[in-house]
Write a protein that binds this ligand. Structure first.
Ligand SMILES: Cc1ncc(COP(=O)(O)O)c(C=O)c1O
Length: 316
């Protein structure tokens, strides 16, 4: 049989799902498992969300939708992001996908050519390096060290930048360390991006999971709106995976159109039913936040009775 395309050999995976499968198999045999593998809340998707989804399906909202997402949802996301990030975002700058990962994929595919370099946080979400490789680029590791509170050393970042650097990926709050970029660090990184004409993919999917400190989006920094793609989603805040809300506000018209096309080709757009699920009023958000907060004492001292280890921050 003829082999698969070469690029398939460059595709990595999210090993947490493999560990999850093994953990579930052990659970099925009656073993008690403390789940540290998959980054999602330990409560179910709120009833109000699932009920809205079911009601939309029953109303027959199951047909094709615009590939960037239905406009009501994009408007709701634009309003939320404008408020939460302190930047002005219009619905036309928002693209919705089933989960955050497709957007990571499209953004990297739209930006990285063969020979380009993309800097990613290390340790970090494994899909960053996988996608950069898949697109034919070179992933450049930006080490995050415990002695530096798991935030990038800005001088080290500056040294990693070369004329080939096309993209810097940020993830704050950070998975898996909990590191949070300070306003000063964000400002310095923005300066590096501006001076070297580099795009930023800012993965802010954990922005609502902060207990101390404040989240600072790099999109808010001077001259950064047009070179930043904010990646956000519902998997973590609402325990509702496979629903994403990226904002491609930085992308000029042409790349934005191409990314929408890529999304269309992949049939990744959300059905109408998702629209209701995602237009969440503030009181649903507040309820989800309270549920998360009730988990905090356990997380702070170690999870499920497991003592705190190095690499897990106590305070977030
Ligand atoms: C940092 C980070 N970004 C993105 C994602 C992907 O989110 P989704 O499951 O919505 O695709 C995850 C999921 O664990 C994550 O930890």
């Amino acid at each position: 049989m003829r082999p698969l395309a070469n690029r398939m050999g460059r595709l990595g995976t999210e090993t947490a799902f493999e560990v999850l499968a093994r953990a579930r198999a052990l659970e099925a045999k009656g073993r008690h498992i403390v789940h540290l593998e998959i980054g999602e809340p330990d409560f179910d998707t709120p009833k109000s969300v699932t009920a809205a989804g079911v009601a939309a399906i029953e109303r027959g909202e199951t047909h094709y939708t615009p590939s960037a997402g239905v406009i009501e949802l994009r408007e709701a996301i634009a309003q939320y992001l404008s408020r939460a990030r302190g930047v002005s975002i219009d619905a036309s700058q928002v693209i919705v996908a089933p989960g955050a990962k497709p957007i990571m994929f499209y953004a990297i595919l739209a930006l990285i050519d063969h020979g380009d370099e993309a800097i990613f946080p290390d340790p970090g979400f494994p899909i960053y390096a996988s996608m950069i490789n898949f697109a034919g680029g070179t992933p450049i590791s930006l080490p995050l060290r415990e002695e530096n509170d798991f935030v990038p050393d800005v001088d080290e970042l500056r040294r990693l930048v070369t004329p080939k650097t096309k993209l810097i990926i940020l993830n704050s709050p950070h998975n898996p360390t909990g590191g949070l970029l300070s306003k000063e660090a964000v400002r310095e990184i923005a300066k590096i991006a501006r001076e070297n004409d580099i795009w930023v993919l800012s993965d802010e999917i954990y922005a609502e999971l902060i207990y101390e400190g404040t989240h600072h989006s790099i999109a808010r920094e001077e001259g950064m709106a047009e070179r930043t793609i904010i990646l956000d989603g519902f998997s973590k805040t609402f325990a509702a995976p496979a629903r994403g809300r990226p904002d491609d506000r930085g992308l000029p018209q042409a790349p934005r159109r191409d990314r929408r096309r890529a999304q269309q080709d992949r049939r990744h757009h959300l059905p109408y039913a998702e629209r209701r699920v995602l237009c969440l009023p503030e009181h649903h958000r507040a309820r989800a936040r309270r549920r998360k907060d009730s988990r905090r004492p356990r997380a702070a001292g170690g999870r499920g009775g497991v003592p705190r280890r190095h690499g897990l921050r106590r305070d977030r």
